[in-house]
Design a protein around this ligand. Structure first.
Ligand code: 2P0
Length: 324
């Protein structure tokens, strides 16, 4: 039996589109910051002689995860049934729930409970099989998911660019605007984009240069460059979403209001205090430094943005096994 706490990650350069649906192999790489435990998933996996497999997420029975089968095979315990209990400390219905922290916690707890001692790379590959972005949450600090080329996905995993302590002041100010569940799950959305968007090819062609610029900005702690990059990258991803047929629109009027406020704040790049990024949902994630969060929340509210909740998440150290 083992328990693991793992956290979500916020992508600076985003994953949107697969070359293999079953193995969650991406068309292009991505870059993210694994967050601290402000938001976290806590998962216990027990192979202790149960009559059947069970999986309970936040008190409700869920679908038993496939990736456990592979972990059991590798550990030579194929016949042992598992009891899995997972809890998220996410604010309910905030639209922040992430499969990334869940699968990272699951894979790290399950391999530990099964007595497997795997490399970071192997753990990242396993987490990816649960959910693509989970491969980045296995890594602490700043991570790059290498898309890889092999058909079996063995070279598609995340690696650390820098540990969390490299840039302690950098934060994701997550603004909760709208508690509504997103209409289009990202898995179906990205499939639709790859199949129909004319602009998608241009996005993919620009990814390698964007990833190396993002790596440089992180390594050199070049905040103005990072803030500009995350905004342009988020807008690029949401542009191909809109170019998808039928169109996908995760951002809403409130999101766009927040974008306008931030552009006024950064004053055409003359005052690079922050940058926004949006995932497959309406909530802005403002990438900034910790001391600026208060001023940004104030500006958003004064600009008429309905801020329901604001969470400040710094960089975190990645999954940890909890003893006892
Ligand atoms: C990201 N997203 O890079 C991007 C930004 C959503 C927008 O990773 O099908 O839940 O499980 O591999 O990992 C969402 O994709 O999808 C995602 P699956 P996942 O963070």
């Amino acid at each position: 039996m083992a328990t693991c706490v793992a956290t979500p990650n916020i992508a600076f350069v985003k994953y949107w589109g697969k070359r293999d649906e079953r193995l969650h192999l991406p068309v292009a790489g991505s870059v993210s910051m694994t967050l601290d435990e402000t938001l976290a998933s806590r998962t216990t996996v027990d192979f202790g002689g149960f009559p059947e497999d069970s999986f309970v997420l936040d008190g409700r029975k869920g679908e038993f995860p496939d990736v456990i089968g592979e972990i059991r095979e590798r550990a030579g315990i194929a016949r042992l049934k598992a009891r899995i209990v997972s809890r998220n400390n996410f604010p309910p219905a905030a639209g922040l729930a992430s499969s990334a922290s869940g699968f990272a916690a699951l894979v790290v707890a399950a391999t530990d409970a099964a007595g497997l001692r795997l490399s970071g790379r192997d753990l990242s590959v396993l987490a990816r099989k649960g959910s693509g972005s989970a491969c980045r949450s296995v890594v602490g600090g700043f991570a790059e998911w290498r898309a890889g080329k092999r058909r079996d996905g063995s070279d598609s995993y995340a690696e650390q660019i820098a540990p969390a302590r490299h840039w302690r002041g950098l934060v994701d100010l997550a603004i909760v605007l709208d508690g509504a569940r997103k209409k289009m799950p990202s898995r179906a959305g990205m499939r639709q984009t790859v199949a129909t968007s004319d602009l998608y090819g241009a996005r993919v062609a620009g990814m390698a240069a964007k990833i190396s610029e993002c790596r440089r900005a992180i390594i050199e702690r070049d905040a103005p460059a990072l803030f500009a990059l995350v905004m342009r990258e988020s807008n690029n991803m949401h542009a191909v979403m809109l170019d998808t047929w039928p169109p996908i629109s995760y951002m809403n009027d409130e999101s766009r209001k927040a974008v306008c406020v931030i552009h006024e704040l950064v004053n055409n790049g003359r005052e690079p205090v922050c940058g926004y990024t949006f995932d497959a949902g309406p909530n802005p994630h403002i990438i900034t430094t910790r001391r600026r969060t208060g001023g940004i929340i104030k500006a958003l509210k004064e600009g008429g943005v309905k801020v329901r909740r604001a969470l400040v998440c710094g960089a975190g150290d990645g999954p940890r096994i909890v003893r006892g």
